[in-house]
Write a protein that binds this ligand. Sequence first.
Ligand code: NAD
Ligand code: TYD
Length: 350
Amino acid sequence: MKKILITGGAGFIGSHVVRLFVNKYPNYEIVNMDKLTYAGNLANLKDVENKPNYSFIKGDIVDAAFVNELFSVHKFESVIHLAAESHVDRSISNPLEFVMTNVIGTVNLLNAAKNEWKDNFSAHRFYHVSTDEVYGTLGESGLFTETTAYDPHSPYSASKASSDHFVRAYHDTYGMDAVISNCSNNYGSHHFPEKLIPLSILNIKNNRAIPIYGKGENIRDWLYVEDHARAIDVIFHNAKAGATFNIGGHNEWTNIDLIHLLCKIMDKKLNRAEGESAKLITFVKDRAGHDLRYAIDSSKLQKELGWVPSLQFEEGLEKTVDWYLANEEWLNNVTSGDYQKYYELQYTKR
Ligand code: NAD
Ligand code: TYD
């Protein structure tokens, strides 16, 4: 059996990747390794936790001794690396945590993989999951392609850019089979409610203010998380060593238009009068260094590997709302304790 390590599998995107691989590839042994930070939640994987080809190991990628031991015991065939600190606002308050996990953690994994695989790199693959935020920001026109120069602005995107450079360096210097994908903003079920869409769903449901940074004019390119997981599957199995692919949905929305659409869906689902939820929209102080626009050109992935997004945004957003409304217990669990403290710090002083 192929043994594949998925790091960060208890998080938002990681849990969708783990679910896809465990169900689709019963002949692969999937090992999910995760530190279970505030963003990691094993409840995300309840439906696969008893499958014979799935196991979980709690661990921290910053701990080099642990990572080396993990690789030497398990003899992984390949790695799909998603573990990261992922929230821009948290990176602004605590950049070092992002350097530790996203840069040092990634280099620890690369070193352990190199030591184990150095005699036969072509039999192993290191797949690094990255973000379009490494490219910086766009003006009103243009799209990020795989050759756009890196120009990160936030501590989060700077740490991801750095980790991408290390992955490429291990390919170019040592000959490791490494692949990188840079994806646009994801949305869908199991998304921690500190990011725009799940936070807004939660607040609308609880009749709390929806905080919109600045004037809500920033643009993001939204992709349904299961489409991202499918893209990772296709790239993992078919990309050439050293390749990079952009992943995106050709689905640009200003934050304010997106929130109006979400409010309309929530009014319908909660049997509120049309326009009721939109009254909660509250403009707050802008994020420092706030990138204006992200938009991805994913034509390379579409042409070379035949991947296309499966869902229209309206349909995906409605499915997402349905999931949050049906999973109150999940929401209550993740928003107790530390979440309250984070919320106070992040929003009450704005
Ligand atoms: P997430 O914050 O929901 O999950 C991250 C996971 O990593 C959590 O389970 C957490 O416990 C784990 N983790 C954190 N630090 C760790 C450590 N030191 N050791 C081991 N595990 C640790 O993030 P996400 O949104 O699922 O993002 C996953 C990956 O995809 C990240 O690398 C992110 O940069 C990238 N990405 C995210 C998006 C997006 O829209 N969310 C878009 C493009 C790329
Ligand atoms: P976010 O979900 O944090 O993703 P990212 O910063 O990685 O793109 O934010 C998406 C957009 O929404 C971004 O332009 C910032 C904005 N935003 C708000 O307006 N209010 C909020 O409370 C949050 C969390 C984000």
